[in-house]
Design a protein around this ligand. Structure first.
Ligand SMILES: Nc1ncnc2c1ncn2[C@@H]1O[C@H](COP(=O)(O)OP(=O)(O)OP(=O)(O)O)[C@@H](O)[C@H]1O
Ligand SMILES: [Mg+2]
Length: 349
């Protein structure tokens, strides 16, 4: 059995089915993310694991032990919330020491542990400060130190970065991931931000409307999504509508080779997933037969890339071109060829 197991867990609040038939296995030491749009049941799942709410049906096991009926304080789980306000009237040191004082640890051991925790979160020397003297990122580090210092078996993080600005979020993403790896603590991370999930996780469960739709590594989720929903939710995507025809996909009369029909049979309507960065755009030329041809409908300058909208066979294809002088810039109205490697496309039913 895996380290953390949800078995047939369902939670309803009155008529709202927040989580439905959840079956999840999480390994020891894993960084596991629950990713999905607002209201899909991520926090509910975390709160059931922490013991703040009870499942309507189903069981939860940790380390082979059924913890479904245990109160939160008997579970050895630490949780950091989005706005985990640290106590404003206490110093950083006392905030971090809080859980240890509650456990009546002796003063020397508390001092040693808090100082080690401050060091660990990069806040050595900040013990005497108060909340008002800290940046958003530093507050979140204190919140994390406060949980890590009691050495829980499992760390739960519920959107811990959403209150921070973009630059700080970017920094903290890598920082949390590094701390998690160095401590080796089993971590479940909740976010609706796909870039956070892709950057930080060993595996991701993508949820929608109370259900898990796919579990996989970031590479699997991004490159082999199992549904149109996931293809559109994770990263940018083109879904070209077509029909299976003799092992290829027919898009408006042009046959396009594919790596794998993934169960689709001739005549089936399918969507062909093509990521904007996987497509090469060239001026129309007779020399190299393109996969598709089209016309530039719009071009948007975005600094590091140029984004082209290309009309092809009655559909719009988004193409991202790195902003480099050796890559051609194409004006609106230009006739263009689209190329891509067949392995970078995915057939979705
Ligand atoms: N205590 C509650 N009482 C009634 N309904 C609830 C309660 N908690 C959650 N819900 C409902 O359950 C569903 C799932 O909520 P949950 O908080 O798990 O979503 P979430 O995925 O964490 O969303 P967000 O990204 O917005 O935080 C929502 O429809 C929500 O309104
Ligand atoms: Mg939530």
């Amino acid at each position: 059995m895996s380290f953390v197991n949800f078995q047939g867990v369902t939670k309803s609040f009155g008529k709202t089915l927040a989580v439905e038939e959840l079956n999840l296995s999480i390994e020891q030491g894993e960084f596991f993310s629950l990713l999905g749009p607002s209201g899909c049941g991520k926090s509910t799942t975390l709160r059931m694991l922490a013991g703040f709410i009870a499942p309507s049906t189903g069981r939860i096991h940790v380390h082979g032990r059924d913890i479904t009926d245990l109160p939160p304080e008997s579970r050895d789980i630490g949780i950091v919330f989005q706005n985990y306000a640290i106590f404003p009237h206490m110093t950083v040191f006392d905030n971090i020491a809080f859980g240890l004082v509650e456990r009546r640890e002796d003063r020397t051991s508390i001092k040693r542990k808090v100082e080690a925790a401050l060091e660990q979160v990069g806040l050595a020397g900040y013990g005497g400060r108060y909340e008002r003297e800290l940046s958003g990122g530093q507050k979140q580090r204190v919140a994390l130190a406060r949980v890590l210092v009691i050495e829980p078996e499992i760390l739960l993080l519920d959107e811990p970065l959403s209150a921070l600005d973009k630059k700080m979020r970017e920094e903290m993403k890598f920082w949390i991931k590094n701390i998690q790896k160095s401590v080796g603590i089993t971590t479940i991370y909740v976010t609706h931000d796909q870039s956070e999930a892709l950057t930080m996780s060993d595996r991701i469960a993508v949820m929608d409307a109370g259900r898990v739709l796919q579990v996989g590594s970031p590479v699997e989720i991004y490159e082999e999504p199992n549904s149109r929903f996931i293809a559109e939710f994770i990263g940018e995507s083109n879904l070209l509508m077509g029909r299976m025809d003799d092992g290829q996909v027919d898009i408006g009369g042009t046959s396009v080779p594919i790596p794998d029909p993934r169960g689709a049979a001739s005549g089936d309507e399918v969507a062909l997933l093509l990521r904007p960065e996987q497509i090469r755009l060239e001026p129309l030329s007779p020399e190299e037969p393109p996969k598709l041809t089209g016309r530039v409908a719009d071009e948007v300058y975005q600094g590091s890339i140029r984004r082209y909208l290309v009309e092809s066979r009655g559909q719009t294809v988004t193409v991202e071109v790195p902003n480099r002088p050796d890559l051609s810039q194409l004006p609106k109205g230009a006739e263009v060829s689209l190329f891509w490697h067949p392995d970078s496309s995915v057939v979705l039913r």
